[in-house]
Design a protein around this ligand. Structure first.
Ligand code: NIG
Ligand code: FE
Length: 386
């Protein structure tokens, strides 16, 4: 955890106060100590200084849904969809085969490269799921890889319930996922997730797994209503999940139940684009119901080969029709809420010194300027990373 003074900030977004023009920000021991007009900055002794050169600064981006640990490629699925083949979770099996065949070191190198790209694109906290191992040992290997990743803050999620492996009996596999929970927890996973959809797990299976997970101290998340409406979002409300993610097929009643239960709605618009679902209206349904929104990359080889959270944010604006400020909040504060963290996603006093310096004078330009990396510096815990 470092000390840093950021000066000559053109526009500083903290979410603690309105945007501060011509601002400075002081980080001590990795925490925000002070921010305000640059001209009011008191002498800071020998703290290292960063000159933002008039650029806009935002809280570091929080990517609360990724599957960043995998080997192999799904380019054939991608090509197939261009000639009209629909997305199928069955594609997960080919990634599982490639991932099982890779060593720990290979997997770590692949994932580390992806996470470094995320940081260059502004991510300072990332959630990483297992889910491409699907044996006890392979799932634990993926959790170990996730826990070893360097750069951003990492939180890990056990997703043994991604799909039922081809060679396994359903009930036996669900039982194995449940039996693996204590070991997954001891490898540092704090979250448990289930892919609840046609071709993956049923609502009853998800309820069983997540209820057991809660008893073992996990926080809960769920892949819900992605390809079909199954009732997974209502289950998220029933169980008090921290988030329900995807939600392309969510109903107004589901959304109301989520809002009442404080379940954060995680939008993953790159997956909607990549699978060519053509569905964007769920963001409006969720907003109307009063849900807290987050936006995430869902970085994975099958439905969202994308490390850039700003790209997901741009789709949230342009395809889902969400306003700029809503999307900036969703990718920072919303992600933090989805991870039940109050020390990230904002730059109020005491918050973590995680921030991004944009390659632009105004924060809206991160969304308006397409096809470039709009981030010029990413600072994690007060230490310049990228
Ligand atoms: O979040 N929906 C489930 N899991 C991933 C896709 C996994 C894959 O196709 O490899 C997702 O979209
Ligand atoms: Fe996902």
């Amino acid at each position: 955890m470092s000390d840093l003074v950021v000066r000559r900030i053109g526009r500083l977004t903290t979410w603690a106060r309105p945007v501060v023009p011509d601002a400075a920000l002081v980080i001590r021991d990795g925490r925000v100590e002070w921010f305000g007009p640059d001209r009011e900055l008191n002498a800071t002794g020998h703290l290292p200084e960063l000159d933002a050169g008039g650029a806009a600064v935002l809280p570091g981006l929080v990517d609360c849904h990724t599957h960043a640990v995998w080997a192999g490629s799904r380019r054939d699925d991608f090509v197939g969809r261009l000639s009209g083949a629909p997305y199928s979770p069955a594609g997960i099996h080919s990634t599982v085969a490639a991932t099982r065949a890779a060593s720990y070191d290979e997997l770590r190198a692949f994932a580390q490269r992806r996470v470094a790209t995320m940081v260059r694109n502004g991510t300072t906290t990332v959630e990483v799921k297992s889910g491409y191992g699907l044996t006890v040992d392979d799932e634990l290997k993926l959790l170990d890889v996730a826990a070893a990743l360097q750069g951003p803050s990492v939180t890990t999620t056990y997703l043994g319930a991604h799909v039922v492996p081809r060679d396994r009996d359903r009930d036996d596999y669900v039982d194995e996922v449940v039996q693996t929970l204590p070991e997954a927890r001891s490898r540092g996973a704090t979250w448990c997730d289930v892919f609840c959809d046609e071709g993956a797990f049923t609502v009853d299976e998800a309820r069983l797994i997540l209820t057991e997970a809660r008893a073992h101290g996990f926080g809960l998340r769920i892949h819900a209503e992605q390809m079909t409406r199954t009732g997974a979002a209502a289950l998220a409300a029933e169980l008090g999940c921290a988030s329900a993610d995807h939600l392309d097929h969510v109903s107004a009643n589901d959304a109301a139940a989520m809002a009442a239960a404080g379940v954060v709605a995680v939008l993953v618009p790159v997956a909607s684009l990549y699978t060519r679902s053509g569905r964007w209206d769920h963001a409006t349904t969720l907003t109307k119901a009063g849900c807290t929104l987050a936006v995430a990359t869902d970085c994975n080889p099958g439905t969202s080969w994308c490390e850039s959270l700003p790209y997901a944010m741009q789709l949230a604006c342009l395809e889902m029709g969400l306003p700029v400020e809503t999307v900036l909040r969703a990718a920072t504060l919303g992600g933090a809420q989805a991870l039940r963290r109050d020390d990230i996603g904002h730059l109020g006093a005491g918050g973590r010194g995680d921030l991004v310096v944009l390659d632009a004078a105004h924060e809206a330009d991160l969304l308006a300027h397409l096809g470039v990396n709009g981030i010029s510096r990413t600072i994690v815990g007060g230490s310049p990373n990228g």
